[in-house]
Design a protein around this ligand. Structure first.
Ligand code: MBD
Ligand code: FE
Length: 255
């Protein structure tokens, strides 16, 4: 049986453009055939390792976002990354307490935010939140914590305000023992992302906003291996003794 796939104009056009630019790139770089073969072998290892989403989100995703969303009004998007999972627990109550272990390590964090539209206040926006823990690990992926630890979803109040209780995330080191790490070091980078919170907003009639929050003073802000930092996404961590506080406002774009 022959399977037929209909021509996709978007794919055809994209490949045409890719070839055009690849030719210029190859004219410039002058790879020899052995280098090409090494690349094929590395790409094969990358696929077999399961690191393709990691590699692309670290080294490609930011350029997709910059090209498509640069200069538009509203909060700048940042990387979705490889560690988003649908179906996180729904959190109710005035303060949204992220699911955490009874003895969750790390500094306690109270984060306050507000979501509005470029047109004005925006009530009852769906917010999804995910982050690494104080050991730099993500639940559902590289952490031994219970599923959906430090992940949750909730709705903002009638004024678009929300308050989250969680743990201060720490810088994340991408895996270094596989093909992604091999490339990272060969290309002269380190493997760190500055500490960040992932946050996704959905509201009818608005473009879904996927972005991140970063903290002033973080050691890795200028050299984030995934180049995901935007200055508009920086907040200040304030020391309140038994906990830290931070805040940021977010602006969604009407569709
Ligand atoms: C991360 O935590 C992340 O956010 C991205 C974009 C890539 C790798 C790890
Ligand atoms: Fe991340």
């Amino acid at each position: 049986m022959t399977e037929t796939v209909t021509k996709n104009e978007r794919v055809a056009k994209a490949y045409e453009g890719f070839v055009k630019h690849m030719k210029n790139f190859l004219d410039e770089q002058q790879f020899n055939h052995e280098e090409y073969t090494n690349f094929v072998k590395w790409a094969d290892r990358l696929g077999r390792s399961g690191e393709i989403p990691l590699f692309l989100d670290v080294f490609v995703e930011t350029y997709v976002l910059e090209s498509k969303y640069k200069g538009l009004p509203g909060t700048e998007p940042s990387l979705l990354g490889p560690y988003y999972d649908e179906g996180s627990p729904l959190i109710e109550g005035a303060t949204k307490v992220m699911p955490q272990r009874p003895d969750e390590p790390g500094d306690k964090l109270v984060f306050r935010g507000n979501v509005s539209s470029v047109d004005g206040p925006l009530a009852n926006t769906k917010v999804e939140w995910w982050q690494d823990d104080a050991e730099g690990l993500y639940s559902n992926y590289d952490s031994p914590a219970p599923a959906f630890n430090l992940r949750g979803q909730f709705y903002t109040d009638d004024n678009g305000d929300f308050e989250v209780q969680s743990i201060v995330p720490i810088p994340y080191q991408i895996p270094t023992d596989g093909p992604t790490g091999e490339f990272t070091f060969a290309a002269g980078y380190h493997a760190y992302r500055p500490a960040h919170i992932h946050i996704k907003f959905e509201h009818e009639g608005h473009e879904t906003l996927i972005t991140q929050v970063f903290f002033e003073g973080d050691k890795w802000l200028e050299t984030d291996v995934a180049s995901g930092v935007r200055s508009s996404l920086l907040t200040k961590l304030e020391d309140k003794g038994d906990h830290k506080e931070a805040s940021l406002n977010f602006i969604m774009r009407p569709e």
